[in-house]
Design a protein around this ligand. Structure first.
Ligand SMILES: [Fe+2]
Ligand SMILES: [Fe+2]
Length: 380
């Protein structure tokens, strides 16, 4: 009896998870599909679904794909020792003739997994290329020489869906579109899942007009999207909150005795400094990354860290900005994050000059700092 094993966080399971399973089932004709939801470390809680809900959602999403479908809770049962190399032998014992699905991204990092040389001894791997451009065959040849193993490449290209981005949409009460099935969405709604930030959204909304609130939601979503697409690996919650709260002070500019640089008062950059201080005071944010993302989102500055660059870029290319040349710059940023950041900076700097607006000193410093890197980048 042949079994395909598919592991993942499934937070939530999306249409590509389902499609690639269907393709694997068509190709390898197993009798059984075993879904193995990942068990998160305890620090992951806000904004993430519980193991129990992910098990239920997996049953709903994958339940009808194969003659027999089992959602196996082995990761939770193993309590902290849940490495693939540890649980795969147990699954082999349980299910016999198994194949294990691995994504192209994971294959790239496979050597950093716990005991990959043990994993390839246990069963063949079904590799799912990330997209048309990913050359998994070279990687496979390399691994065959280094650690051995049997690999099959599935004729399916992923790339489009991301649970992280879907999660951000659901947390922001935005439409997840067709990336998840209706049944999955119904379960989410019925159980009031992804409502972790509803009170933050409500509070923010009370400070903002509809347009600005809509912009805030889209900056949060874009920050999460750029973080995912650019593989920046910044903390989801921090990115989400910094994007969401970046303009929290835009329509409430009273200084309230807060500590603001004197030269910012009366300038368009005031709301970034005020925003950081009011995020601290009114939303209880203490994390310096989140606060600095807010603090420099309009002016930029010299020598920005990746988090600051992310919020700055997300604010400029969020989907609610439909006017030229933003869609073009957005496309660049989604393909190449750093190029996107530099393109935004160059565009912003020259449009301040073109419009005869005063240049804030941090923006000038940012331009001077990144000037060399921007030299070959066309002004859009
Ligand atoms: Fe702003
Ligand atoms: Fe903004």
């Amino acid at each position: 009896m042949k079994t395909i094993i598919f592991g993942g966080s499934f937070d939530p399971p999306h249409i590509e998870h389902i499609e690639l399973c269907k393709e694997a089932i068509r190709t390898y004709k197993p009798d059984r599909l075993v879904i193995v939801p990942t068990c998160y470390p305890p620090y992951k809680s806000k904004g993430y679904l519980s193991f129990e809900h992910r098990v239920e959602l997996s049953k709903i999403a994958f339940g009808s794909l194969c003659k027999e479908v089992i959602v196996d809770t082995i990761e939770k049962d193993m309590q902290g020792e849940n490495y693939t190399a540890n649980y795969l032998p147990i699954l082999k014992e349980k299910y016999g003739d198994i194949m294990y699905i691995i994504g192209g991204d994971s294959l790239e990092r496979f050597r950093t997994w716990y005991k990959p040389e043990e994993i390839v001894k246990i069963c063949p791997l079904i590799v799912v290329p990330r997209n048309h451009y990913q050359d998994v065959n070279t990687l496979i040849e390399k691994y065959k020489k280094e650690i051995g193993g049997e690999y099959f490449v599935l004729d399916y290209f992923g790339d489009h869906c991301s649970s992280t981005i879907i999660r951000a949409k659901l947390l922001l009460n935005l439409d997840p579109g067709e990336d998840i099935t209706e049944d999955v969405l119904n379960y989410i709604k019925k159980n009031n899942l992804f409502d972790d930030y509803d009170s933050v959204l409500e509070q923010l909304h009370s400070y903002q007009t509809e347009d600005l609130f809509n912009h805030s939601l889209h900056v949060a979503l874009m920050a999460v999207t750029l973080n995912t697409r650019g593989d920046l690996r910044l903390d989801f919650t921090k990115v989400f909150l910094s994007g969401l709260l970046h303009d929290n002070a835009k329509q409430r500019k009273s200084l309230d005795g807060l500590d603001i640089p004197e030269d910012a008062v009366g300038s368009p950059v005031l709301h970034q400094f005020l925003g950081a201080e009011k995020a601290k005071r009114d939303f209880g944010i203490e994390d310096e990354d989140i606060l600095n993302g807010i603090r420099y989102h309009t002016s930029a500055k010299a020598n920005m860290n990746i988090f600051e660059k992310l919020i700055y870029t997300a604010d400029s290319v969020s989907e609610d900005r439909t006017y030229e040349p933003i869609p073009k710059i957005r496309e660049i940023a989604l393909k190449d994050f750093n190029l996107g950041f530099l393109t935004v900076l160059k565009h912003t700097y020259y449009s301040i000059i073109e419009r005869g607006l005063p240049m804030y000193k941090l923006t000038q410093e940012a331009y001077d700092y990144y000037k060399e890197q921007m030299e070959d980048i066309p002004l859009i």
